[in-house]
Design a protein around this ligand. Structure first.
Ligand code: NAD
Ligand code: LMR
Ligand code: MN
Length: 573
């Protein structure tokens, strides 16, 4: 007999069919139809989940463009969660990764389009919308939405810096939250996605009468901080053991907010820490291929925003802890470039450098002889970096001259153009591969097809260095160990585990990071490493030991399945 779980459910009739978490559609059995008042509400055939999946896949295929497919899946999600996640799980490679001419449907880059067209594609609300003028009712709204739920994970965004496409007013939290369930195995009914609507500077949205967000200029300063703090305190009060994930906040808020709360709750900024972790893993794999150390590299970070600083700090911290280099010495390995050129002393004087970048400022003396701003090509030529990482949103910023200069400076340049979505990539990896005669070690932020090699091996796999390859596991590791903080050391442990799974370490012709199709297994490993570390360092709040982490994680992984329903008026709703 099957070990189908039994659920006690209090909903009946249309209410049950309209609850995506419980709806099974035509898969309700004859018995269930009788006890839940569904016999007359469904056609007679009882389908299996397999048959429903086959039908849903056919319907999905009938939509031609990725954005239509994305909308179809969004509708499916609002109808039947188990079917939605089953379909995604079975077609993970195709829907999450890239086919030759078809970009990822549910994530970057199609999700960027879905967010920018949010108000026009809008059909049904999901999660919690906290809008600035409704701040007075925030606690009631929060409780109304979370009543009876045991929330482990809250993903929030104020949408100021969505990917590289800027201020979108509302959007992203639910797409990031889906990845936690799909790849990380976190039960979707224990997650909450939150839109923090504090207005927008996006004129196009403000002038669009169909815009569904609050049509007002962005709130800033003290009022913004109070609004955000009210929300964070609700999370701490009602779900003290939850993980609070921040996504796509603007550069002036991201680091500041993380710093404010990191010692009082398990908070995580994906663009800073998730990106830092996945890029550290990818760089570790690349230096593994070149048989060198992190501390033996010279790094250019092109774009010193949230991701740029997160990556720099993560790499620096790993150099200090793994290679035993003093922090000040490690800082000197980095050259940060932003829109006004290299971050050096005279730029600080002109007020163009954020406080948090100060430890990475280069001395002016280094650049004597270069007039005005020091550009990327100047730095590449003079410094001969071995690693070039892009998180600038500057499409095409790594020109042929820059890439060729990288190759002149070292045998196997490590080049990661990480800006998303695909159209903002600093260099098409195919070009970088050609311009370096296949010598560059490449990874991108959005999925790209393999590049053809000029000689030797036929294909070069382009690793997808996207935080989604690691944040679900980092999050699960923190949640399962009931950690009250997400510490830097827990993140480094996750990144090291991910690096150890790099296919390129076994065969240098393979990708630097595992394929996204393997992301669920990879994230189990990451979660184990994080939970083990949390227990070891005392951040965890559980009675079990480090040796039990794997078994606990495997036992708690959520995977979509219907189960058998029994009507119970005291049951779930
Ligand atoms: N691959 C990933 O997992 C991942 C994760 C996070 C962010 N990203 C991508 O990285 C990019 C930046 O994201 P963010 O959150 O750091 O945004 P951000 O706004 O915080 O940072 C962007 C920075 O780039 C700078 N910049 C703009 N034009 C530039 C130019 N021509 N030359 C040099 N610097 C320039 C900006 O001044 C800013 O400091 C986005 O495209 C985002 O999608 C990728
Ligand atoms: O959303 C992504 O694809 C990665 C990252 O968080 C980003 O902001 O680009
Ligand atoms: Mn992001």
């Amino acid at each position: 007999m099957s070990s189908e779980p039994i659920f006690h459910v209090a909903l009946r009739g249309d209410e049950l069919l309209n609850a995506p978490r419980f709806n099974k559609g035509t898969a309700f059995t004859v018995e269930e139809r009788k006890s839940f008042g569904l016999t007359g509400r469904l056609p007679s055939k009882v389908n299996t989940l397999d048959e429903q999946c086959e039908r849903a896949y056919q319907q999905l295929q009938s939509h031609e463009s990725p954005i239509r497919k994305n909308s179809f899946l969004q509708s499916l999600k609002s109808q039947n969660l188990v079917l939605y996640y089953t379909l995604l799980t079975r077609h993970l490679r195709e829907l999450m990764y890239v086919l030759p001419n078809d970009p990822s449907v549910i994530y970057t880059p199609t999700e960027a389009q879905a967010i920018s067209e949010y108000s026009h594609l809008f059909r049904r609300s999901e999660g919690l919308y906290l809008t600035f003028p409704n701040a007075d009712s925030m606690e009631d709204d929060f409780l109304e939405q979370t009543k009876g739920k045991n929330i482990d994970l809250i993903v929030c965004s104020d949408s100021e810096a969505i990917l590289g496409i800027g201020d979108q007013g509302v959007g992203i939290s639910s797409a990031k939250s889906v990845i936690y369930s799909l790849i990380g195995g976190i039960d979707p009914s224990q997650t909450l996605s939150v839109v923090l609507d504090v207005g927008t500077e996006n004129e196009e949205l403000l002038n669009d009468h169909l815009y569904v967000g609050w049509p007002h200029k962005r709130i800033r300063g003290e009022e913004y901080d109070q609004f955000l703090d009210k929300f964070v305190q609700l999370v701490r009060k009602y779900f003290p053991q939850s993980l609070l994930h921040f996504e796509d906040f603007g550069v002036t808020n991201a680091q500041r907010i993380l710093k404010r709360y990191k010692d009082t709750h398990a908070v995580f900024n994906d663009d800073i820490q998730g990106t830092g972790a996945v890029t550290l893993a990818c760089t570790m794999a690349a230096v593994g291929v070149t048989k060198s150390k992190l501390s033996e590299q010279r790094y250019i970070i092109y774009g010193a925003g949230s991701a740029g600083l997160g990556i720099t700090r993560q790499l620096r911290d790993a150099i200090v802890s793994a290679d035993g280099v003093a922090e000040e010495e490690a800082n000197k390995l980095f050259y940060l470039i932003d829109k006004h050129g290299l971050i050096k002393q005279s730029l600080v004087a002109s007020g163009n450098v954020r406080e948090e970048l100060k430890e990475f400022v280069r001395p002016d003396e280094e650049w004597e002889g270069v007039e005005g701003e020091v550009g990327l090509l100047d730095v590449v030529k003079r410094v001969k970096p071995t690693v070039l990482i892009g998180c600038s949103t500057h499409a095409g910023g790594f020109t042929k001259e820059v890439v060729e200069a990288m190759k002149e400076g070292c045998e196997r340049p490590i080049i990661f153009p990480l800006s998303n979505p695909s159209k903002l990539v600093e260099v098409d990896p195919k070009d970088a591969n050609d311009w370096t005669q296949g010598k560059a070690l490449l990874a991108t932020g959005s999925p790209f097809p393999p590049a053809k090699m000029p000689t030797g091996r036929t294909m070069c796999i382009i690793a997808e260095c996207n935080n989604a390859l690691i944040y679900p596991g980092l999050g699960f590791g923190a949640i399962i160990s009931k950690s009250r903080r997400m510490t830097d050391t827990m993140i480094i442990a996750g990144a090291q585990r991910l690096a150890s799974l790099s296919p390129a370490l076994k065969d240098p012709d393979e990708g630097l990071l595992p394929d996204f199709a393997d992301a669920p297994e990879v994230n189990v490993e990451v979660a184990v490493a994080v939970a083990e570390r949390a227990i070891e360092e005392g951040s965890a709040d559980v009675s079990w030991t480090k040796a039990e982490a794997r078994e606990r994680i495997l036992r708690h992984l959520w995977r979509p399945q219907y189960g058998k329903y029994v009507y119970d008026k005291e049951g779930m709703m």
